[in-house]
Ligand binder design. Structure first.
Ligand SMILES: NC(=O)c1ccc[n+]([C@@H]2O[C@H](COP(=O)([O-])OP(=O)(O)OC[C@H]3O[C@@H](n4cnc5c(N)ncnc54)[C@H](OP(=O)(O)O)[C@@H]3O)[C@@H](O)[C@H]2O)c1
Length: 65
């Protein structure tokens, strides 16, 4: 369950496999949210936009580290 009475959210994390991003992903998960990684390894290229619309489906927030 999310902490601090916050509703669970699906949250996109740009660069979520990186040094900083993976810590953000870990903290989101620990707080009960659903992190969605945006990275080329997940089929999303943030320069070209390839794969982005599908990956953002259902996301309520985006964190860009
Ligand atoms: N690490 C530090 O000490 C530090 C300090 C100050 C500021 N920063 C800033 O914080 C940010 C993240 O740093 P970091 O050290 O965590 O970087 P990192 O470990 O190199 O990770 C970069 C992340 O971005 C993704 N990425 C790169 N190009 C992409 C693209 N075209 N489309 C989608 N995803 C892409 C990578 O995944 P894929 O390769 O799979 O795409 C990876 O998840 C950077 O802007 C950096 O300048 C870092």
């Amino acid at each position: 369950m999310p902490s601090e009475r916050m509703e669970a959210m699906r949250v996109a994390v740009a660069g979520g496999t990186g040094l900083i991003g993976k810590l953000v992903v870990r903290e989101l998960g620990a707080a009960g949210h659903e992190p969605v990684v945006l990275a080329r390894a997940q089929g999303v290229d943030l320069v070209s936009g390839d794969g982005l619309p599908a990956r953002l489906a259902g996301c309520e927030e985006i964190i860009d580290v």
